[in-house]
Design a binder for this molecule. Structure first.
Ligand code: ZN
Length: 239
C-alpha cells in the first residue's frame, strides 16, 4: 500500500526556498528524461542534493513525541493519540448502528498552543505529513511516488474505489490507461464519474463496496490461481 496523500499524526518540515528551486529544476529534467539511464542519473542527483536538507523535509517523519518545543508537544502528543482512538471507536459505532448518521462526528474544540510547533531537526515550522496543493507527489519519500509510478507503468488494469476523480493521482492513472488502452473499473456508489469512450476502456461497477469488492476478490482469486489454488489461498481472504 502507498499513502500518496499523507497520514494523520505525522508531521514534516519544508526545504528552504533555494533548496526547493534547485529541486524543481531537477524535477523538470526528470520529466524530460528519455531513457531509464538518464532517469536513474537524475534521481541519484536529486537524492544527493536532498542529503543537504533537513531529513524531515524529504525522507523522515516527525512523530508526535518528537514535536518541538516541549510546551507544544505536551499539548499535541496526547491529542494525536486520543484522536486516533476516538476515530476508531466512531467507525466501530457507525458499523454497529446503521441508523446513526455517519456524518454526525462530534466537534472537538481546537486546543490552544503556546507557540507554533517546530521541527526537531531544523527548528523551522512543522506541517502535517500531507500533500499540500502546490506540492508534487515526489516532494517527500513518504508518498512513495517512484513506487506507484512504477505500478502505473506495469499495471494490466486500474481499479478505482470510491473516488471523485478530483485529485492528480487519478488523472495520472486515467492517462496511463488511455495511453495503453488498458481496462479501468470504477467501483462507486453512483454512476457518471467516468464514462467509456473511444480512448478509454472504462466500466462502472455501481453498488456498496462491501458487496462489489467481495465479488471482485472472488473473481480475481479464481482467475489468478484457478479452482485448486483458490482453496489453498482461501485462508488469506480479506475480512
Ligand atoms: Zn526540519
Amino acid at each position: 500500500m502507498v499513502e500518496a496523500h499523507g497520514r494523520v499524526g505525522l508531521y514534516k518540515c519544508l526545504p528552504t526556498v533555494e533548496q526547493e528551486a534547485a529541486d524543481d529544476e531537477i524535477e523538470e529534467q526528470l520529466d524530460d528524461a528519455t531513457s531509464d539511464e538518464e532517469k536513474a542519473a537524475k534521481l541519484a542527483e536529486r537524492a544527493e542534493q536532498r542529503k543537504t536538507w533537513c531529513e524531515y523535509a524529504h525522507s523522515n517523519n516527525v512523530k508526535p513525541h518528537e514535536i518541538m518545543p516541549e510546551s507544544v508537544r505536551s499539548v499535541m502528543q496526547p491529542l494525536t493519540e486520543d484522536t486516533k482512538d476516538d476515530v476508531k471507536d466512531d467507525v466501530k459505532d457507525d458499523v454497529k448502528d446503521d441508523t446513526k448518521d455517519s456524518n454526525s462526528w462530534e466537534e472537538v474544540e481546537a486546543p490552544e498552543l503556546p507557540s507554533a510547533p517546530t521541527c526537531p531537526g531544523c527548528e523551522s515550522a512543522l506541517l502535517p505529513q500531507a500533500l499540500m496543493f502546490d506540492e508534487s507527489y515526489s516532494s517527500h519519500d513518504f508518498y512513495e511516488y517512484e513506487k506507484f509510478r512504477d505500478w502505473f507503468d506495469k499495471a494490466d488494469a486500474f481499479v478505482f474505489v470510491g473516488t471523485s476523480f478530483a485529485v492528480t493521482v487519478t488523472d495520472m492513472a486515467i492517462n496511463e490507461a488511455k495511453k495503453r488502452f488498458i481496462p479501468v473499473y470504477n467501483f462507486n456508489l453512483e454512476a457518471g464519474r467516468i464514462n467509456p469512450s473511444a480512448t478509454l476502456n472504462a466500466e462502472n461497477v455501481i453498488g456498496k463496496s462491501e458487496e462489489t469488492l467481495e465479488e471482485l476478490w472472488h473473481c480475481l482469486r479464481d482467475k489468478l490461481v484457478g479452482e485448486e489454488g483458490a482453496k489453498a489461498v482461501v485462508k488469506s481472504e480479506p475480512t
